[in-house]
Unconditional design. Structure first.
Length: 637
């Protein structure tokens, strides 16, 4: 009996020993797994956490490269600005800190919280920018309350200084803080929240060159955030500078010539395609976009009927009006519908096609009219007949020899292509066949035809050099911080019209008469002794209106003028569009004359600069009769 009890106790002891051994084994296994997880799987995370507890990174923003004009005059440089930053690892109570900052600095708390949330994926010792471009008063408040604001720091970053204010604002563009969409896009891996990036114009198109590379210092700090030592340091690399083809003096005078009028102008070197002036009026203040735009100014921009935020030279698409008669005339010559000045049309003031009447701007008519006279006096009836004889597709074919109807690749984002209609285009666009009468307005640059100011400048430049089409150039070269050229841009020939020189000479003789002969519609463009050739144009905004009542601004016709000079040795081409300026000869031609005068002044030694030209330029324009309501009206250029 005693033996059985002993055997049972031995068996129970063995079971307890086995159970205890199993429990111990499980515990050790769990410990080993945990140890393996800590030391192997999570070693890197914990190492980073350890580093974060004692390290702080202080970024040093790189200065953006400058933007200069063709003569080396700085148009855009940098000036220091202050940003409010916070290091998350040193903040124990985020909500309390944001409340303090909002109250002390009069900042939007919701915006501060949003910026914090967007930056939380980064290392805790890397500063988060909560507010950019803060004022010096706000900086002083932060310094006075620094002991109450743990983790808060002030960063100094360079922001843009636009030397001319609003001058060339649409061309130069502006910078603002990099957006979340930008950060998630390709090419922005080196950017951080709070960095600045080009958003428009040259600033955007040449962002990769201008931006530079940020540097920084990695510091060791104690538990109170005091700096113990510098562990590593990298210097920022200044961005490269961009040298434009623009002449800032011509640009400034061109913008001044517009006054309060809205519109655009492009001046181009006819033998290289270099843009000498690129105007969209009115302008805007690009420096305001690097901070928080004042609500009243933003409202004024949005409510201004002249649309100051629109780059009219790049995206404005206008009916070219009578400036397009150059294309129609060349189409007539190319298709043997015009035989130099021997081909004549009797203009009685109107032209009848079926039941439609197409009127000339001169309701009395121009009488017997040849090619030269048709250009000089801008006779609509002449081009109605030529256009009808040639046909819309042949007019379009000639326009496309000038590469119209497509963007010219000027190098800025969002360039528009304009429109040159054809019978095929209408069938695809509207599902309807082309009607013969629709060719009449196309022949005088109305109807479906649309062109941008850049295209107008390219067209007249191609006429001036008798057939060579250059790609419009805005940048001459890229230089580094030492002024060494990294990349130079050379003129690019896009193609040739293939039109013979003798046909261009016929057109140029007519354009010379426009400005220099009695009866010419462009006499207001004359400048001193230099011989200018050009063509006026007026394009309708609406077809029908009550001519007896005052026409509201938004319904007035656009005024256009294209020109080149000197006539015997063309060097500069100019295209001007004055929105709702009504008559090309009186509104646009004087502006072109002032731009050409500015170009002439730039060629003279500084000490011989002539006195500024009076604003009271002589304006000549024949027959400014009131237009009548017709199916399609001729335009008084």
């Amino acid at each position: 009996m005693r033996q059985k009890r002993f055997v049972r106790e031995i068996a129970e002891m063995k079971q307890r020993t086995i159970l205890l051994s199993f429990v111990v084994a499980v515990i050790f296994f769990v410990l080993l797994v945990r140890l393996w997880h800590l030391q192997i799987l999570s070693a890197e995370d914990y190492r980073n956490m350890s580093e974060n507890n004692r390290l702080r990174f202080v970024p040093i923003a790189a200065s953006r490269g400058a933007i200069m004009d063709r003569n080396g005059t700085v148009m855009v440089s940098n000036q220091p600005s202050f940003s409010l930053a916070v290091i998350p690892q040193e903040v124990k109570d985020k909500d309390a800190l944001l409340d303090q900052l909002s109250s002390l600095l009069d900042l939007d708390r919701a915006e501060l919280a949003e910026r914090w949330a967007k930056s939380m994926g980064r290392a805790k010792y890397y500063p988060i920018v909560l507010a950019s471009n803060i004022s010096r008063d706000q900086v002083e408040i932060i310094e006075e309350n620094r002991l109450r604001l743990p983790g808060v720091d002030i960063e100094m970053k360079p922001v843009r200084e636009y030397k001319g204010g609003i001058i060339a604002s649409h061309l130069l563009g502006y910078i603002s803080e990099v957006s979340e969409d930008d950060l998630n896009s390709q090419g922005f891996s080196d950017y951080n929240p709070g960095d600045y990036v080009g958003k428009n114009g040259i600033e955007r198109s040449f962002e990769s060159e201008l931006h530079g590379s940020d540097g920084g210092r990695q510091l060791e700090v104690d538990a109170r955030g005091r700096v113990l030592r510098t562990i590593s340091e990298s210097n920022p690399v200044v961005g490269n500078s961009v040298v434009l083809t623009i002449d800032s003096t011509i640009q400034k005078k061109a913008e001044k010539a517009f006054g309060e009028q809205a519109g655009a102008a492009v001046a181009m070197d006819v033998n290289s395609g270099e843009i000498l002036a690129f105007v969209s009026n009115p302008g805007f203040d690009p420096s305001l976009f690097s901070g928080k735009m004042p609500p009243d100014i933003w409202k004024s921009y949005l409510e201004d009927k002249r649309r100051p935020l629109e780059n009219k030279a790049l995206t404005g698409q206008y009916p070219p009006g009578s400036t397009f008669k150059i294309i129609t005339a060349l189409a007539g010559l190319e298709n043997h519908k015009i035989d130099d000045d021997r081909t004549t049309v009797n203009c009685t003031g109107s032209y009848k096609v079926g039941t439609s009447t197409f009127k000339c701007w001169n309701k009395k008519g121009h009488g017997t009219t040849n090619l030269k006279k048709s250009l000089r006096e801008s006779c609509d009836v002449f081009y109605y007949q030529v256009g009808g004889n040639v046909g819309v597709d042949h007019i379009a074919a000639t326009a496309k020899k000038f590469m119209l109807g497509a963007s010219l690749g000027i190098g800025l984002k969002n360039e528009k292509s304009g429109l040159i209609p054809t019978t095929e285009w209408k069938q695809k666009r509207f599902g309807k066949r082309w009607i013969y009468g629709e060719t009449m307005p196309v022949a005088i640059g109305q109807g479906y035809v649309l062109m941008t100011p850049i295209q107008l400048a390219s067209m007249i430049s191609t006429v001036a050099n008798e057939g060579t089409i250059y790609r419009p150039m805005l940048v001459k070269r890229i230089v580094d911080a030492d002024g060494k050229t990294i990349k130079a841009f050379t003129p690019e020939k896009m193609g040739s019209t293939g039109i013979s020189a003798d046909k261009f000479k016929l057109i140029k003789q007519g354009l010379y008469a426009v400005v220099n002969e009695p009866g010419g519609t462009g006499g207001a463009a004359r400048v001193g002794e230099i011989k200018i050739a050009g063509k006026t144009g007026t394009s309708q905004v609406v077809k029908l209106r009550d001519s007896k009542q005052g026409t509201p601004y938004q319904y007035r016709d656009h005024a256009l003028f294209v020109a080149f000079a000197p006539y015997d040795n063309p060097q500069i081409a100019v295209a001007v569009v004055v929105e709702h300026g009504e008559h090309g000869g009186s509104a646009a031609a004087p502006i072109a004359g002032r731009i050409i005068q500015a170009w002439l002044d730039s060629k003279k030694p500084p000490q011989k600069t002539p006195m500024p030209q009076s604003d009271d330029d002589e304006e000549e324009e024949d027959g400014q009769q009131t237009k009548e309501d017709v199916t399609v009206k001729g335009t008084n250029d």
